[in-house]
Design a protein around this ligand. Sequence first.
Ligand code: S3P
Length: 171
Amino acid sequence: MKNIILIGFMGAGKTTVGKLLARERQMQFVDTDERIEKEQGRSIPEIFSGEGEPYFRNLETALLRHMQEDTERCVISAGGGMPVREENRKLLRALGCVIYLSAAKETILERVKNDGSRPMLNGGDLKERVERLMREREALYRQAAHIEVRTDGRSVRHVIQIIGQETRRFG
Ligand code: S3P
């Protein structure tokens, strides 16, 4: 198989699961947020406050286009908003097996409540923001994904074990 791409809401566990999965399979781990921060020489919050969200979204699409050419045998953790654009959903699927790590909103809220590094969650009532964004995105995550794996109440190892079973079936 080519690449494994993890998508899902902020706090779904994409990075934690992705790092361990990559280690176990001896694949390279790529975090799209980290790649963008490195290329831009500044943090995601700085990009959002300096240039705004649409600019960041364009950087995400440009990165996905670029990755089509040189990304093989990687576990990719995709920023939570990437599957929102139709073009990105196609680009993600063209990279390999797309896995949607899903979680209940209560689980997500618990995981992101003390995190100031996510501009999409800043300002206003956190619960309302999370609920609205999750509502808007859920169907899009499912459209982008080949496989959905629920993470609620499951350890990272258990999630990885399920990914193993599911990707074997995927081929
Ligand atoms: C975003 C999720 C973040 C990051 C940016 C926007 C989103 O990535 O790309 O803050 O719109 O959901 P994580 O899902 O890795 O936190």
